[in-house]
Design a protein around this ligand. Structure first.
Ligand code: COA
Length: 157
């Protein structure tokens, strides 16, 4: 089941984010603000929160963070959250998906492609300044984060 997140879910979202992206890449405070100002959806299986997705409200909405607890990956939940995220942007003609190039698994790039997302642009070392300023280490490359952002675009007719 996919549902909108509320403040009671913050600590679990925070734990999943720390596990997937690195400690304090997203803080509990950030999550509270995303719930208030943007859209945060969660996947729930047998009362367990298995993953979450943040969609930034903007002229072109951005699916910014999609993350599944490692115990529940490769079970179709990421795709379910992606579908719901796209559905949340149904009134828009363009959606962007921000992918962490060094981390996103090949199988999920295939999923994005099947949905119609196309690679739009690549920004090397996108998180470098943010990781220095906010003091988080990347789970993939350490500190500072030197990972590359791939922006995928979906056009909806
Ligand atoms: C990337 C991520 C969100 C994918 O979520 P997921 O729940 O594992 O993905 P799903 O199980 O929904 O799989 C999606 C597709 O891959 C396929 N797939 C899953 N595991 C596979 C495998 N081992 N081999 C081949 N295909 C596989 C599924 O069948 C599905 O295919 P479909 O699109 O044809 O239906 C998840 O791995 C994750 O949170 N990773 C850590 C955080 C991260 O890296 N996020 C992305 C950074 S941008």
């Amino acid at each position: 089941m996919i549902q909108k997140a509320s403040n009671i879910h913050i600590s679990i979202i925070y734990n999943i984010s720390n596990q997937c992206f690195g400690y304090n890449y997203i803080t509990a405070c950030d999550i509270e603000l995303y719930i208030k100002n943007d859209i945060v959806i969660i996947s729930v299986l047998n009362n367990i929160i298995t993953g979450f997705c943040i969609i930034l409200k903007s002229n072109i909405p951005v699916i910014k963070t999609l993350c599944i607890n490692t115990d529940f990956q490769k079970q179709g939940i990421g795709k379910l959250l992606l579908d719901k995220a796209i559905a949340n942007c149904a009134s828009f003609t363009t959606i962007h998906y921000y992918a962490w190039k060094e981390r996103i698994p090949e199988y999920f790039i295939n999923t994005l492609n099947k949905k119609g997302f196309k690679l739009l642009e690549t920004q090397p070392e996108y998180w470098k300044y943010d990781s220095i300023k906010r003091g988080y280490s990347c789970i993939k490359c350490g500190f500072p984060c030197l990972c590359t952002l791939d922006i995928y675009e979906l056009k909806i007719d």
